[in-house]
Design a protein around this ligand. Structure first.
Ligand code: FES
Length: 644
């Protein structure tokens, strides 16, 4: 008679296999994603499946009660010791006896999909570089004088077709006692990236079941943010951030580069500061998630080129002067210990995404990995606004990149009442065009300031707040197209005050605090937005287009900014408002993708090589665009969408 038919769900894969084949063996043969850490020894329970007994008209089969073999001794022992969920079987033990439909639950899939929140974004297919393998190693004997590592590698090859692994010194020290403690049955954490040798990361006696974790780190010039991810499920277990302590050496990147130029050893000080902060962050986040720091086996880091060099301990002086040569633009893989990250697993690995160019870093590469402009039909302009704006423009036909020196005004710095986006900061503003009355909202409160229940301490104005304030002032005729703030007499509101031969507009006033927009504030934002717009236009020139299909705002700032207000100021090119979306922290997401899926590392390394880099600093047209973009919204470019 015919061999039994096996159908796996949710993949829908089907094949006939000889009776007596185990479910795990059938899955392997059919290319079905079914996990196993213990290699079929009936101890890890990663291979669980749920047989679907009964009629399946969809699949055209009826599954009898005895489609799988009964429990054998191994499975019975597992159930007795650990308890199998009702309806579940160990795939490595159960044998196929008749036609069967087998459901593979998500926790039994190695390459389960991690659902991301963003609607447009791709899902992440789990395929981390570091995984666990249970092996049984031959014991040494007098007849065969091989070392423990050699025998361990032989076992890895025979049982998992993997390796040989390189074992760093700390593990060579650990290897012998652990092998003996486990009776030569041990669990290995092996790091096998998309290239390079397989490396032993850690070893435990017997079956290790506590899980492996990784950090996705977005190392910014002002803040360092990290996510702790479970390398099995992809879940983010904790997120934390702290200020980059390098701020004391210089607010922005160029001042840090010059600190290094002016002070011998300055780069070493800055390297030490950022490494200490990252180490502390790793310890904090592990504590928050109640994860043993030694279980953190990988860190993927994205950052701009200056931070990249300072973290690696490379003097960034070349990045401060033309032609802005990077030490390397390739991705860097090293031991976290080499970066003085001492609170993770001592043999954990670090991966830094490749840089795109001397001004366009691994953070922009991470945005490209997350947003995938090169796979879209629509021409996307992706703007990541920080102290520098990193700009990508592209579609299937190619991607261009540049960075533009916006300065920190969009982050609330250099603004008279500016502050970081934190509780108490004004982040949304409305101005009545007739009465010039102001209402606003602050971070931490859902109410508008004209609500009788509004009772919240107002401390300043953040980046998105100042954008809205300016755009509303422009729409209400309080500032003109050149950015000049009118006088109280001209505009007709006593919120306008004379201020050193210029004027300021008062948003909020109490006995001890005044929050206003000054002429200098307007100028600072004009400079920043001109730089941003000029960078975008330069890429559009290079591509030979005068419009784009969509605009994606990345970064924390992008998540809060109102597209309409950004366009009133001419920060971004004219585009239908519903074509402006926020990608949230796309750089952080890119780091997470690279952490959870090793193939994505190969992908971004190739993508980056194909990105066409445009250098704003030497491009004369950048200056022309910059000057024309100073007006609100623009001196010459039309903004038809604004009139709708
Ligand atoms: Fe480990 Fe089946 S593979 S229990």
């Amino acid at each position: 008679s015919e061999d039994p038919l096996v159908i796996f769900t949710p993949s829908g894969k089907r094949a006939r296999v000889p009776a007596g084949t185990t479910v795990l063996a059938a899955a392997r043969r059919m290319g079905v994603d079914l996990d196993s850490v213990c290699g079929g020894r009936g101890i890890c329970s990663k291979c669980q499946v749920a047989p679907q007994i009964g009629q399946h008209t969809k699949h055209g089969v009826t599954v009898q009660d005895d489609a799988l073999s009964g429990w054998n001794a191994v499975e019975a022992r597992y159930d007795e010791k650990r308890g199998l969920k009702p309806g579940r079987r160990l795939g490595c033990q159960a044998e196929i006896c008749g036609d069967v439909v087998l459901d593979v639950p998500p926790e039994s899939q190695v390459h389960r999909q991690v659902i991301r929140k963003a609607a447009t974004a791709r899902e992440i297919r789990m395929d981390p570089a570091t995984r666990l393998y249970f092996v049984e190693v031959d014991e040494p004997d007098m007849q065969e004088p091989s070392g423990d590592l050699e025998r361990l590698n032989r076992a890895l090859k025979a049982q998992w077709d993997l390796g040989p692994v390189e074992a760093p010194l700390p593990l060579l020290r650990k290897l012998q006692p652990v092998l003996r403690k486990g009776g030569f049955r041990v669990t290995l954490a092996v790091h096998q990236a998309h290239r390079g040798p397989a490396r032993l990361i850690d070893i435990w006696p017997g079956l290790y079941e506590s899980g492996l974790y990784g950090l996705a780190i977005d190392l910014g010039s002002t803040t360092i943010a990290a996510h702790l991810c479970d390398l099995d499920t992809g879940a983010v277990l904790a997120s934390a951030g702290l200020m980059n302590p390098q701020i004391r050496f210089g607010e922005d990147l160029m001042s840090r580069v010059s600190y290094s130029m002016m002070n011998p050893g300055g780069d070493i000080e800055m390297t030490r500061a950022v490494r200490e902060a990252m180490d502390q962050l790793a310890a904090d986040i592990a504590a928050e998630a109640r994860v043993a720091p030694a279980a953190i086996v990988e860190a993927v880091i994205v950052c701009n080129p200056v931070m990249h060099h300072l973290l690696l301990g490379i003097d960034p002086v070349e990045l401060g002067q033309a032609p802005f040569a990077l030490s390397t633009s390739d991705a860097v893989e090293c031991a976290t210990a080499e970066l003085d990250l001492t609170r993770l697993n001592p043999c954990a690995r670090a991966y830094l995404l490749p840089c795109i160019a001397g001004h366009v870093g691994a953070d922009a590469a991470a945005v490209a990995l997350s947003e995938e402009p090169g796979k879209q039909d629509e021409l996307s302009l992706i703007v990541d606004v920080g102290t520098n704006a990193e700009i990508l423009l592209g579609d299937r036909n190619g991607v261009l990149a540049c960075s533009s020196p916006t300065g920190p005004a969009f982050e609330g710095a250099q603004i008279s009442s500016g502050q970081r986006a934190a509780n108490g900061a004004i982040d949304a503003v409305r101005i009545d065009p007739d009465t010039k009355d102001v209402r606003f909202r602050v971070i931490g409160s859902d109410l508008w300031s004209d609500d009788p229940a509004f009772d919240f301490e107002v401390t300043g104005i953040c980046g998105s707040g100042i954008i809205e304030a300016l755009a509303e002032m422009r729409s209400a005729g309080i500032i003109d197209a050149s950015g000049l703030i009118g006088s109280a007499e001209q505009v007709g509101t006593d919120r306008l005050r004379a201020d050193n031969r210029t004027h300021q507009f008062v948003l909020y006033e109490t006995a001890d605090r005044t929050i206003s927009v000054t002429q200098n504030d307007v100028r600072a934002i004009q400079l920043a937005k001109s730089a941003l717009y000029a960078g975008a236009r330069l890429l559009m020139d290079e591509r030979g287009v005068d419009k784009v299909d969509r605009v994606v705002l990345a970064g924390a700032f992008g998540a809060h900014i109102s597209p309409k207000h950004a366009m009133i100021l001419g920060m971004i090119p004219d585009v239908p408002l519903d074509k402006v979306t926020s990608a949230g922290n796309a750089a952080g997401t890119g780091a997470r993708i690279a952490l959870l899926n090793r193939a994505s590392r190969a992908e971004i390394e190739q993508t980056v090589r194909r990105i066409h880099k445009v250098e704003t600093a030497i491009e004369p047209r950048f200056q022309e665009h910059f000057v024309a973009a100073n007006a609100l919204p623009h001196a010459t470019d039309p903004f038809p969408e604004l009139r709708k």
